[in-house]
Ligand binder design. Structure first.
Ligand SMILES: C[S@@+](CC[C@H](N)C(=O)[O-])C[C@H]1O[C@@H](n2cnc3c(N)ncnc32)[C@H](O)[C@@H]1O
Length: 363
């Protein structure tokens, strides 16, 4: 497992970084700052193009000229040079004195099939369908309605069910993001005290695989939509956990198995407005035993102006599914209103927190 710095140290480092970013922003006239911010989408698309075309993979064995890269990935040489050169301005690829381009640490994370790869995440963020939904932001702010239906003609959940290719892109990104913050989560919370783990809306089971991997005696249940069963069987099978989990095709609005001693909800409640999130929690409260534990793994929006991923992710949730990120008082109120008592909220060095709750007085 990768080493995780103490949360307070990471916070201090982030605070220094924020100060440096603010200073850097003040070193250019405001109109230039606006131009730089406004053109931020260009880096998203350039990264996406490089990753999609497989450019970083071609450089894994060492630097190449743009013409050689183009020959290997089947692209046009001049356009390939221009893509590499633009990416290099963001620290992705580096041009050598002889005109060849090399991987940098950022470019390395765009390779496919490596343990640290972020390629799947970039392939989701830059996907034309994903970008089309973000183009609806002004309309969503005007109307309060999610943008997915306007952009894609169907709700996001329908798109994920009916467009198998985009479903694969989305679930691969979810799996990677889950693995990305697991070391930070596992550093602050002991999952090994649970023996029956129910992951509710657990996607293809990445979190369940990590929790079961850390607790050799534990058994798991994955509660998901039926279409997720094959992907889960693949992921948990490859992790050697095929015999230690059960797939339960159920809607978390209807039921969850009653026999868990911990229920995990990772990045599920932020998909819903308060009424939807309360409906999920009410199902859990009705089915879980009084001595079971609920762990909500989600963001907690901090106050103040400091950068925090939850503040942008909040727009993402509003756009795609009409969901939201929540502040600590909002989490506590939501849990109390649905019959839970929040026992602690544990921050991590990543933008996710562990919100621990137990059954309390039923509303
Ligand atoms: C944002 S993803 C989070 C996946 C996973 N927990 C993670 O952290 O990567 C939300 C998940 O909820 C699942 N889901 C949506 N509606 C559901 C329902 N009614 N019942 C069960 N699962 C559902 C989706 O299939 C999807 O995998």
């Amino acid at each position: 497992m990768s080493r995780v710095p103490p949360t307070r140290l990471a916070r201090a480092a982030t605070s220094v970084r924020t100060t440096v970013q603010h200073l850097a922003a003040r070193m250019v006239p405001p109109e230039v700052g606006v131009l730089e911010l406004g053109s931020g989408f260009m880096s998203t698309h350039a990264l996406y193009a490089a990753a999609r075309l497989g450019v970083p993979d071609t450089l894994a064995a060492g630097p190449l000229s743009p013409a050689d890269v183009a020959a290997r990935v089947g692209t046009q040489p001049d356009a390939t040079h221009r893509l590499l050169r633009a990416c290099a301005t963001w620290g992705v690829f580096r041009e050598e004195p002889d005109g060849r381009f090399a991987l940098t640490p950022l470019a390395d994370r765009l390779r496919s099939g490596t343990a640290d790869s972020m390629r799947d995440v970039v392939l989701m963020l830059g996907d034309p369908r994903y970008q089309r939904v973000w183009a609806e932001l002004a309309a969503t702010v005007r109307t309060g309605e999610p943008g997915a239906e306007r952009a894609l003609g169907r709700s996001m959940w329908e798109v994920l069910e009916q467009d198998a290719e985009f479903g694969d892109v989305f679930h691969a990104a979810m799996t990677r993001l889950c693995a990305l913050d697991w070391p930070a989560v596992a550093a602050v919370y002991d999952f090994t005290r649970f023996s029956r783990v129910v992951d509710v809306g657990g996607g293809h089971g990445q979190l369940l695989a990590l929790v079961l991997g850390a607790s050799p005696a534990a058994q798991g249940v994955l509660v998901e939509r039926p279409s997720m069963a094959d992907g889960a069987a693949r992921l948990l099978g490859e992790a050697g956990l095929g015999g230690r989990y059960r797939f339960e095709a159920a809607s978390f609005f209807d039921s969850v198995p009653p026999d868990g001693d911990v229920y995990l909800l990772r990045r599920v409640l932020h998909d819903y407005d308060d009424a939807g999130a309360a409906a999920v929690l009410t199902t859990l409260r009705a089915h879980m035993r009084e001595r079971a534990t609920l762990l909500v793994l989600d963001g907690v929006v901090p106050s103040g102006n400091a950068p925090h991923l939850t503040k942008a992710l909040d727009l993402d949730m509003m756009l795609f599914v009409g969901g939201r990120e929540r502040t600590e008082p909002q989490w506590r109120a939501l849990l109390a209103d649905t019959g839970f008592r929040t026992t602690r909220i544990v921050p991590t060095v990543s933008p996710i927190s562990v919100i621990e709750a137990v059954p309390g007085r039923k509303p």
